[in-house]
Design a protein around this ligand. Structure first.
Ligand SMILES: [Cu+2]
Length: 330
């Protein structure tokens, strides 16, 4: 999803898949959304009312009290107790109301219920990773409906910000520390999730989806998802691993350059190594490249690839190899 078209497709598909909101706001898909909107609309209403009042009076006064030939200005008006009290007391009440509504809603949004279901979120350039209690890692946020969910966020590089407009939540993901936020989804469906902190080149691609599952379906999803090596064809499982294990950050699949060589047409090619020799990229070469990246350094690249020894299981390496094979074009 590296171009504007890809992003528009993403928007259209997900927006169509979810219930549309009002003209002004996205759907109220979490339990706090209505409160947030209420405070927002209250402040907006008060501002609009006073804006119109002040501008209208201004215009009337400009016309009415314009300096005219032959008309001398009258004496300045006297101090009016009633007027002064009115314009002090009414705004004070309004401001205190805004504080009271805002503060209670804010506290409610900040403090997760004790029984909340916890999901770990990692921001990185430029994708979100969600880690579930059973160890499964996913690029999308899957949650059960009608259950409070607490997100514990961090980042591995720069500051990102997790934003789900339909839930009215936004929270920074900061490197070197944890932040948290929570919500309770009201309706099953799919909602947009953005990064709301400008974090570099592909910031606008840092999008995911929130999938709210019906009662009872979430556990099943999590089981199947964690088990994807057994339920998906290897090449498809390899695509997933390529995305969620960070290979995509350095290796493109469309022939473009990056920190590492592209995977396009890699399989079966003769690869020139830094030490001057050439090897054929077969299963064993790719396996070694993943588990022991320092063994054969590709000519023209820096040895920056982390080792996946102990981090990827044998079946996972096989799935990635199967995936790389599908990127061959005759
Ligand atoms: Cu970001």
């Amino acid at each position: 999803m590296n171009d504007a078209n890809g992003f528009m497709n993403y928007l259209n598909n997900t927006v169509l898949a979810q219930e549309r909101g009002s003209f002004w706001l996205p759907p109220q898909a979490s339990t706090t959304a209505a409160d947030v909107d209420w405070v927002f609309q209250f402040i907006f209403g008060v501002s609009a009312f006073f804006f119109i009042l002040i501008v209208t009076l201004m215009i009337i006064f400009i016309i009415r009290f314009k300096r005219r030939e032959g008309v001398e200005p009258g004496a300045a008006p006297h101090h009016s107790m009633a007027l002064e009290l009115t314009w002090s007391i009414i705004p004070t009440i309004i401001v205190v109301l805004i504080f009271a509504f805002g503060f209670t809603t804010y506290m409610n949004m900040r403090i997760a219920p004790d029984n909340a279901y916890e999901i770990n979120v990692t921001g990185q350039k430029w994708k979100w990773l969600f880690t579930y209690p059973n160890g499964h890692v996913d690029e999308n946020l899957h949650v059960p409906v009608d259950i409070p969910v607490r997100l514990i966020l961090t980042s591995v590089d720069v500051i990102h910000s997790l934003f789900v407009p339909a839930f009215r939540i936004k929270m920074d993901a900061v490197p070197g520390r944890y932040t948290d936020t929570w919500f309770q989804a009201k309706d099953p469906g799919e909602y947009l999730l953005f990064c709301a902190e400008y974090c570099g080149t592909s910031h606008s691609d840092m999008t995911s989806m929130v999938v709210v599952h019906k009662v009872g379906e979430f556990e099943k999803w999590m089981q199947d998802a964690a088990n994807f090596l057994n339920t998906m064809p290897p090449a498809e499982a390899g695509t997933r691993l390529y995305k969620i294990r960070g290979c995509a950050q350095c290796h493109s699949i469309d022939g473009t350059g990056g920190h590492g060589p592209t995977f396009k047409n890699l399989f079966g090619r003769d690869v020139a190594l830094k030490n001057g020799s050439t090897v054929a990229a077969d299963e064993n070469y790719i396996r070694t490249s993943i588990l022991d990246p320092m063994a054969d350094i590709v000519a023209g690249f820096e040895p920056v690839m982390p080792t996946y020894q102990g981090k990827l299981k044998a079946e996972e390496v096989t799935a990635i190899i199967e995936y790389i094979k599908t990127l061959r074009e005759e």
